[in-house]
Design a protein around this ligand. Structure first.
Ligand SMILES: C[S@@+](CC[C@H](N)C(=O)[O-])C[C@H]1O[C@@H](n2cnc3c(N)ncnc32)[C@H](O)[C@@H]1O
Length: 326
């Protein structure tokens, strides 16, 4: 009897091909020299080549990420968090949280949580001794909004400007790096810039956030200043300039001084300036006058956007501008 055919191949031939493919698969699965756990110059260069061709990490949380997390919560029966302080307390079972105030008191009273015998020795071993006030992270509550919202802002801005690792980014008023940390982690070293006026925020950013997040190697350019003077950033041209909850606190005149200087530093056409909350510095002038002033600077208003928070019931409003002249 003739064997049944598929696409012109006989069954024995198909079986042979199938068996060879399976054998090849098993070979690559179990042969240690076919994976990158080995050492030696050949495998090293393979690792380097793979690193070079690696796709960049995504900017945003994807629907797949969310579906995955929901599955994990379900699998671990964690979907319904407690709704009362008593029920949260019930969950503690030996976990004994300290308030920031209590932690700070401990730092003061016991000179940190040092196990060293004497103070001199402790000081000699701590490369970047950080004040207790920063270690208890009071600065995470400096500006009212949840610290976690910084991620929302990053994802929104990154998505709307087609951010790449090579982009050059300037934040005006980066505060304690609630948003900036995410950019610093994502961007190439030296590509994040910030002008911030507040000493306490700068101290928290430089003395606590960067070292504790392992981001010192990213060499962000963080400059103290309150007069929209960007000269310390050299002649860098930016792909993205943003102000998160900042322009609304500044005198209109200062915002316009800043825009005049920034217009020349924004990449023509593709670069974006994004401003959160409101643009009263513009609307207070009246629509036509505002458009005229923007146009004189070579800027154009592109529209208003909203972005939903991933973790809490909140959305932020953003206003988008571009440079429409070379
Ligand atoms: C509400 S906070 C927002 C901080 C940060 N952008 C965020 O979203 O977490 C406003 C920040 O703008 C800074 N700021 C206000 N006026 C400024 C100015 N003229 N120059 C630089 N920074 C300024 C404040 O010091 C503060 O850190």
């Amino acid at each position: 009897m003739a064997s049944p055919k598929a696409g012109g191949l006989s069954a024995p031939v198909l079986l042979l091909i199938g068996a060879s493919a399976a054998a090849l698969f098993l070979f690559f699965l179990y042969n240690p020299s076919s994976s990158c756990t080995c050492s030696g110059p050949q495998s090293q260069s393979r690792i380097v080549a793979a690193e070079r061709t690696k796709a960049p990490d995504p900017v945003s949380t994807s629907p797949d990420d969310i579906a995955w997390l929901k599955l994990q919560l379900q699998a671990n029966n964690l979907q319904d968090p407690p709704t009362t302080p008593e029920a949260w307390h019930e969950l503690r079972k030996g976990i004994n949280p300290r308030t920031r105030e209590q932690q700070l008191q401990d730092f003061r009273q016991y000179k940190g949580i040092s196990h060293y015998e004497d103070e001199t020795e402790a000081r000699n071993r701590t490369a970047l001794p950080c004040p207790g006030e920063l270690l208890v992270e009071e600065h995470h509550s400096n500006y009212g909004e949840p610290w976690a919202g910084g991620r929302d802002v990053f994802e929104f801005l990154g998505q709307s400007t087609h951010l790449s690792r090579n982009s050059r980014v300037l934040e005006i008023g980066c505060g304690t790096l609630r948003v900036g940390l995410h950019f610093i982690r994502y961007l190439e070293p030296g590509h994040f810039h910030c002008l911030e006026r507040d000493q306490l925020s700068l101290m928290a950013a430089l003395r606590y956030e960067l070292p504790s997040q392992g981001l010192l190697h990213k060499r962000p350019k963080i400059v103290k200043g309150d007069d929209m003077d960007f000269s310390k950033f050299g002649d860098t041209v930016f792909d993205l300039i943003y102000a998160s909850a900042v322009f609304l606190h500044m005198p209109d005149k200062l915002v316009w001084v800043g825009l005049e200087r920034l217009a020349k530093r924004l990449k023509p056409f593709d670069g974006r300036i994004l401003v959160s909350h409101n643009i009263k510095f513009c609307s207070r002038l009246g629509g036509e006058e505002c458009t005229r002033r923007l146009s004189n600077l070579g800027l154009e208003y592109l529209g208003k956007h909203t972005h939903d928070s991933l973790l809490f019931n909140h959305y932020e409003i953003w206003f988008e501008f571009r440079r429409n002249k070379p």
